[in-house]
Write a protein that binds this ligand. Structure first.
Ligand SMILES: Nc1ncnc2c1ncn2[C@@H]1O[C@H](COP(=O)(O)OP(=O)(O)OP(=O)(O)O)[C@@H](O)[C@H]1O
Length: 206
């Protein structure tokens, strides 16, 4: 099914601090939007609005999918989210984390499917290790497994390759490429190397 994102004249503030105003974007199925800008320009805030974790002060955000329109808060099952502040359970193994989040989402995944997903993100043979024993780059890889668990047509990636090595960055590149078949990606980044993913570029902060 085709997925579109419509963002119209959106503004965000925290109290008296205006982060951005009048941001509009149209994203079609298969496209990748890169959101760029200096520290504090509002990249994470923009992704949080798209994920329905925060409401815009003004303007509208809507996803079109299968002939229906969804606001961000109604679109949770359509969205996969990777961000540095995404918390996973350190006292559980990778596999247990994925089983838990599958249950929370009300989806059924066999252990074989979950292990295949871990292999896809570059964690073969590490499914039974507790996260407390994971490095920061391994934890970031697991965030991708979490985000892809329900095969979402919308992938929201905040600082996608933070803490990842070259092979980890290559895994991310293949996930973004695969997402072009499946829906859209929105990437918030300060890393100039990641501008190459952009079909559309949104520059925040002037
Ligand atoms: N929960 C919050 N309460 C108050 N102000 C906030 C909050 N979150 C963000 N801000 C402010 O909003 C502005 C934008 O922050 P945001 O994290 O969206 O920027 P960013 O472009 O993602 O930054 P970075 O590149 O450092 O990750 C900053 O001035 C920040 O201080």
């Amino acid at each position: 099914m085709a997925l579109q994102l419509h963002v119209e004249a959106v503004a965000a503030s925290y109290g008296a601090r205006v982060v951005f105003t009048d941001v509009s974007v149209e994203l079609k199925h298969g496209e990748t939007l890169v959101v760029s800008g200096a520290n504090g320009s509002g990249k994470s805030t923009f992704l949080r609005l798209l994920a329905g974790l925060q409401r815009p002060e003004r303007g509208g955000i809507a996803y079109g999918y299968g002939g229906q329109t969804y606001g961000p808060r109604e679109a949770l099952s359509l969205i996969g989210w990777v961000a540095p502040d995404l918390m996973l359970y350190r006292e559980l193994s990778a596999l247990e984390n994925l089983r838990f989040f599958a249950a929370v989402r009300g989806i059924t995944r066999s252990d074989a499917e979950l292990l295949a997903l871990l292999e896809r993100v570059g964690l073969p043979g590490r499914g039974h290790d507790r996260l407390a024993a994971y490095s920061s780059g391994m934890t970031q890889r697991l965030r991708y497994a979490y985000a892809l668990l329900h095969q979402p047509p919308v992938l929201l990636l905040d600082e996608p390759t933070v803490t990842l090595d070259e092979r980890g960055s290559a895994v991310v590149a293949s996930i973004i490429a695969a997402q072009r078949e499946h829906g859209i990606s929105v990437i918030a980044t300060n890393d100039p190397r990641e501008l190459r993913y952009a079909d559309l570029l949104l520059q925040l902060g002037g």
